[in-house]
Design a protein around this ligand. Structure first.
Ligand code: DAH
Length: 364
């Protein structure tokens, strides 16, 4: 019996020491110490023995159990540390490699231009006003001197909401001009605001998208003249295009909400065959691009808002933000602005940390 046990012990320990994976060690543990294991079986034989027999046979069996348990623990620890050493040897980190670039978003050209406009006009004392994109007929048309029968309504290609019983007719605003009305009705003059935002028209080709962006400007004060309008637009366009040689041409025009109305062109000249804003549009290699609609706010509009037109006058202007962005940054297809194509945005977008702010950026 003794020899049996010492032979069993030698055999088990030899097997354990030779096991080369944690799974193999575990299989040996189950075979020896598991519910039906050899050692468990031997331990069970101790129960029915007489005290004398147990005194003789108990210690070698207990010794066998302890030795095998210790051998298993030692082998497991050895295999685990060898596995760790192998991992440490294979998984090296080279701290000198450059880090993976973190994904970085970019600023859409429209957002960039809106920021530039807000910054330019803030310097001239204008604040930013907003209004709803879902408008009613009165603010979008009637109060702006465009009554129901006015032909200008047809020009706007309006998206109307279905008529609802007993409710005002709602639409997607076709221009930012209703913000003029909302501001005049809620803010006592003097008023100096710009209103950038989304507008909607049922129109789509290379230069028109159903949603686009406009910016509206409004000044209401006493003794305002066309001269103030011209100076403001000239100052704004010089700052926006970052050129001193911006030449404006004011042409008589018609808008229901201004009287008189002017359309504003800027001169461009050709540089390497490309149109570049700036210079005299009447020069031999020059031409004119329409950039704005504007005029003196119509007395009727001032009256609609509850103000006395003999006391308060002003000027207004409106233009497309997308168009300004295209002219300044040389982009030619308006539809690409709203395709959400990341390749386009990567090409034309601005890094949030590196935007060409007019004031030279933070800290300048
Ligand atoms: N609302 C006009 C449009 O969408 C643009 C415009 C023209 C706005 C003249 C004005 C203005 O404020 O005075 O075409």
């Amino acid at each position: 019996m003794m020899t049996d046990i010492s032979a069993l012990k030698a055999g088990l320990i030899a097997d354990i020491d030779a096991a080369d994976t944690p799974d193999a060690v575990e299989a040996l543990r189950v075979g020896a110490l598991g519910k039906n294991g050899v050692i468990t079986g031997l331990l069970k034989t101790l129960g029915p023995m007489s005290p004398q027999e147990r005194l003789e046979q108990g210690p070698p069996i207990q010794d066998l159990r302890e030795s095998v348990t210790a051998a298993i623990a030692a082998r497991k620890a050895a295999l685990e540390s060898a596995a760790l050493d192998a991992r440490l040897a294979s998984e090296k980190i080279d701290m000198t490699l450059p880090a993976d670039p973190a994904p970085q978003g970019s600023v859409h050209p429209v957002a960039q231009v809106m920021d530039e406009l807000a910054e330019i006009f803030a310097d001239l004392g204008f604040s930013v006003a907003t209004g709803p994109e879902i408008e009613d007929d009165w603010h979008n048309f009637t109060a702006l001197n465009i009554p129901e029968t006015h032909p200008a309504r047809a020009m706007h290609d309006t998206f109307y909401f279905p008529d609802a019983e007993g409710q005002k007719r709602m639409l997607l605003r076709t221009h930012t001009s209703p913000v003029q009305i909302r501001t005049m009705m809620t803010t006592p003059p003097p008023i100096r605001i710009i209103a950038p935002g989304r507008v909607y028209r049922s129109d789509s080709d290379a230069t028109h998208t159903p949603m686009f962006h406009q910016i509206e400007g409004l000044v209401i004060d006493k003794g305002i003249t066309l001269g103030h309008l011209k100076w403001t637009l000239e100052t704004f366009l010089k700052a926006f295009f970052e050129r001193e040689d911006i030449v404006l041409r004011l042409r008589p025009s018609y808008f229901p909400f201004t009287e008189p109305s002017v359309e504003v062109d800027v001169g461009y000249t050709l540089a390497n065959g490309q149109r570049v804003i700036g210079g005299d549009g009447d020069a031999p290699d020059g031409g004119w691009l329409e950039v704005l609609g504007s005029g003196m706010v119509n007395r009727r509009v001032i009256e609609s808002c509850g103000l006395n037109p003999d006391e308060w006058q002003g000027f207004a202007f409106g233009t497309g933000v997308d168009r300004l962005a295209m002219l300044k940054y040389g982009m030619n297809d308006l539809r690409a602005f709203f395709d959400g194509d990341l390749r386009w945005l990567k090409h034309y977008g601005f890094s949030a940390l590196d935007v060409p702010t007019l004031s030279g950026g933070v800290g300048a």
